[in-house]
Design a protein. Structure first.
Length: 467
């Protein structure tokens, strides 16, 4: 290949990258108008752009405009951006001040994963008799695939929503993100089992487990190598070179795990957790630089993934199947996540936010669906029903979180009854310093605030010397 051809390919790649960035920008503007997180606009822009270009230009012209080799390189660049972003996010999980307890995280994982797996199996059982919708796939593979598809939580999309809403360092944000990462690590080997049941080969499952063990070993080795004053001093003297080394390591580990049947996100998280975590250390500044580059490339990941998912025609799907899939997915994740958080010792507000965040599916769900569809486990109607469910559950995350914030900021009296006119309010207000004054104050408070007011009132009306 001549230098001119290489230069033309590079120009083609840069042009495609520019188009992807422009699509992401248009999606973000549309999302802001619709009061949605920007990541939702990026996903929808990518999902709509692929089918629109195929319909307008035809498959042949679309292949000429975005040939396979350029698309592959673009996908690698986009995935590298995702990996670098997740390295920084995983590192923040270690240095933050509000790390979720293992007990809470375990309950949230169980509550978000097991009920949705069961509901997915029930949905598969409901479709068993309908061979036109289900197809001729073996029943064990079909049941396990639907269970996995209903239980997925999208780590990249949730991470962007948490960042956009400044929730990364909050209790519900940390609990939900940690739980989603663990569920992601469980779901991919399970999906490999389902594909193996369809093809009759379970080697992918064993490969996934071996890849996971190797990734954990690399994490411990990397943590051992980076721990020490000399290495930390070297990081402080050469932050740029250190950031390049961490980024390259994260991309290599992530791509290796992906090739072995896991997800690239898991590799990025393992490297991020391996870097020493102290807020005042040079490592934190270095990882921040890596994450900043990833954040700049992250919109390309969502657009490119969307471009390559829906470039083929989809048939009709029964509305009942779409509605049932959406309801089961939402109920299982929201109620399961809420129940898990409460069983783990969290309050009502944290539980609600964790449940809503765990219902975020996004592109991880779409990628899982695409794998199952390519393996001929899912038929077109089932694929489309889960696709619509993924978009709806992701789009509802931010509005429902805003609703929870609004309800929690509104005092109980304002939620249940209109305000009294000023004259009536003055007439109904008891004299200052009475017990009735304390009771009225406690009516406008919740939980722990009410207990503090009660203690103050008891102290005022029954001094310690008179009890």
């Amino acid at each position: 290949m001549t230098a001119l051809n290489r230069l033309l390919e590079l120009g083609h790649l840069m042009a495609a990258l520019g188009v992807a960035m422009a699509l992401a920008s248009a999606g973000r503007r549309a999302a802001r108008v619709a009061r949605q997180p920007e990541v939702i606009g990026e996903i929808v822009a990518g999902l709509l752009a692929g089918p629109a270009l195929v319909r307008l230009l035809g498959e042949k012209a679309f292949g000429t405009l975005l040939p396979g080799d350029v698309r592959d390189v673009l996908r690698v660049v986009a995935e590298a951006g995702l990996v670098l972003f997740m390295v920084g996010l995983a590192h923040e999980l270690r240095i933050g001040s509000a790390r979720p307890s293992a007990r809470t995280t375990g309950w949230v994982i169980a509550g978000s994963f097991l009920p949705t797996m069961a509901l997915g199996a029930l949905l598969a059982g409901w479709l068993v008799a309908d061979t036109e919708v289900r197809g001729d796939v073996p029943l064990p593979a079909f049941v396990l695939t639907l269970a996995v598809c209903l239980s997925i939580t999208a780590v990249p999309v949730m991470a962007r929503i948490l960042t956009d809403r400044a929730m990364t360092d909050t209790e519900p944000g940390r609990i939900a993100l940690t739980s989603a990462i663990v569920i992601d690590a469980i779901a991919w080997p399970t999906l490999a089992v389902a594909v193996g049941l369809r093809t009759g080969r379970l080697g992918n499952f064993l490969g996934s487990l071996a890849a996971l063990a190797a990734g954990l070993a690399v994490t411990y080795l990397l943590r051992w190598l980076l721990t020490g004053q000399r290495v930390e001093a070297l990081c402080g003297r050469h932050p740029g070179a250190t950031a390049l080394l961490i980024g390259a390591t994260a991309i290599a580990v992530a791509l290796a795990l992906e090739q072995a049947g896991m997800t690239a996100v898991l590799g990025a998280v393992l490297v991020g957790l391996a870097v020493p975590a102290r807020p005042d250390s040079p490592w934190s500044h270095t990882v921040t630089s890596v994450a900043r580059i990833g954040r700049g490339l992250l919109p390309v990941f969502f657009v490119v993934s969307g471009l390559t998912v829906l470039t083929q025609g989809l048939g009709s799907t029964p509305f009942v199947l779409i509605a049932l899939t959406t309801v089961l997915g939402t109920v299982g994740k929201v109620l399961g996540g809420y129940a898990g958080a409460r069983l783990g010792g969290q309050g009502h507000g944290v539980g609600l936010r964790v449940g809503v965040l765990m219902n975020t599916r996004g592109l991880t769900e779409i990628i899982v669906l695409q794998i199952a569809y390519d393996a001929r486990i899912l038929t077109t109607p089932v694929y489309l029903a889960f696709l619509v469910m993924a978009l709806i559950t992701t789009a509802m995350t931010s509005p429902v979180l805003r609703l929870v914030d609004l309800v929690e900021r509104t005092p109980p009296r304002q939620r249940t009854e209109p305000l009294a006119p000023p004259e009536q309010a003055r007439a109904e207000t008891p004299p200052s310093g009475t017990r009735a004054d304390c009771s009225l104050a406690m009516q406008a408070q919740r939980g722990d605030e009410r207990e503090v007011t009660l203690l103050a009132c008891e102290t005022a009306h029954h001094p310690p010397g008179l009890r």
